[in-house]
Design a protein around this ligand. Structure first.
Ligand code: ACO
Length: 334
């Protein structure tokens, strides 16, 4: 009998501390009006100094496991998508999260695909499950983006926030619960559009790194914006056409939450109604790999997401990377 991957549960964690646009007005030369008009962001969450990426990931993971109805002993693979790991080299944040939530002797690793990291991880979970190698995969997207943001650079500091989301992906033999399709891709020729130059083998940690602020995220915002709209639109049109699905059949369009104008442009190109499009960018900003699971959790907790409903995920980020997926929600409703 064929085995499929199914989306069993969702959980998320958002730090309590809010950084509003008016707070940012006092830090850099910007205005609430500019930020709202150009990005749709009104506020974002910032983790306290003592909270790490793995702390947020562990909190989201605990909720997702509890909602899956499984025990921790049932999880046989842990994947964490992050570009703001606890440690830049080792150990992986997935190993630390596993330990924090009480999972041991289970394969655990991080993946790096910036904002596309969560959907990239879903492709890996699907492959492990459908090959029969694993049964219940814990997928986490967690970011402490505030740890790589320069709060004197107005072109980036208004955009990002912290948070985590997690999902349990399980084996099923019921085709109606199965991931319908998932795509992921990349183009490294645009690597310089979004980069945190140091520390790394190109720029090892040293005084120069600090003096030149190479440890902070740098982005070619306008160029990234144009490519994001083009790529995201093409990617969703492709996945809908391949699966003979009309945009009107999508219950929840859950795009990466980087900029309201990008989401609106893609939604309009697809003819999506407002009630189909999930928006959290106004309250969380761009939380990179955590953005999509935090958005799924938002509609789950507000009672909008029901069992069996079709989700269209669409994401784009540093690398450049992008990914999209058609997945029915196979979890129990709240
Ligand atoms: N407040 C006021 N003015 C600002 C600010 C600010 N916070 N930031 C930039 N400006 C100014 C610029 O200096 C520029 O001024 P100038 O015309 O005098 O030179 C002007 O505003 C326009 O700047 P642009 O960069 O052209 O503005 P744009 O409309 O492109 O908006 C933004 C910038 C919001 C960054 C947008 O380009 C964007 O959202 N880009 C895509 C982000 C994205 O999708 N990233 C991928 C995912 S992230 C990841 O993977 C981690």
């Amino acid at each position: 009998m064929a085995i499929y991957a199914s989306f069993r549960s969702i959980g998320a964690y958002a730090p309590e501390k809010i950084l509003s646009n008016s707070d940012l007005e006092k830090m850099v030369d910007t205005t609430d009006e500019w930020i709202v008009k150009r990005t749709g962001i009104k506020e974002r969450r910032i983790a306290d100094e003592h909270i790490s990426t793995s702390d947020m990931g562990a909190m989201a993971a605990n909720i997702a496991i509890e909602r899956s109805g499984l025990g921790k002993e049932d999880i046989d693979l842990v994947i964490c998508a992050t570009v703001t790991p606890d440690y830049f080299n080792m150990p992986s944040t997935a190993c630390i999260i596993s330990d924090k939530i009480g999972i041991s002797n289970v394969q655990a690793f991080d993946i790096s695909a910036a904002c596309s990291g969560f959907v990239y991880s879903l492709t890996i979970a699907k492959a492990f499950i459908e090959s029969g190698m694993k049964k219940n995969v814990l997928v986490i997207g967690a970011e402490k983006f505030s740890s790589i943001v320069d709060y004197t650079d107005r072109s980036t500091c208004v955009l990002f926030g912290d948070g985590a989301g997690a999902a349990v992906i399980s084996a099923t033999t019921d085709k109606s619960e199965a991931f319908m399709d998932i795509h992921a891709s990349a183009d490294g020729s645009y690597a310089d559009f979004l980069v945190t130059p140091a520390p790394g083998s190109v720029h090892p940690a040293n005084q120069k790194m600090l003096d030149e602020k190479l440890n902070f995220v740098q982005m070619k915002g306008n160029e990234t914006f144009k490519l994001a709209v083009k790529t995201l639109t093409k990617d969703v049109i492709d996945i809908l056409e391949t699966n003979s699905i009309d945009a009107s059949e999508i219950k929840h369009f859950i795009p990466h939450q980087a900029n309201y104008r990008i989401i609106k442009a893609v939604g309009d190109a697809l003819g999506m109604r407002e009630d189909q499009v999930v928006l959290t960018v106004q309250k969380y900003g761009n939380t990179s790999a955590a953005s999509i699971p935090m958005a799924i959790n938002d509609i789950y907790e507000s009672g909008r997401l029901k069992e069996g409903e079709l989700m269209l995920l669409d994401t784009f980020g540093g690398g450049l990377t992008w990914a999209s997926a058609l997945i029915p929600f196979a979890g129990k409703v709240k």
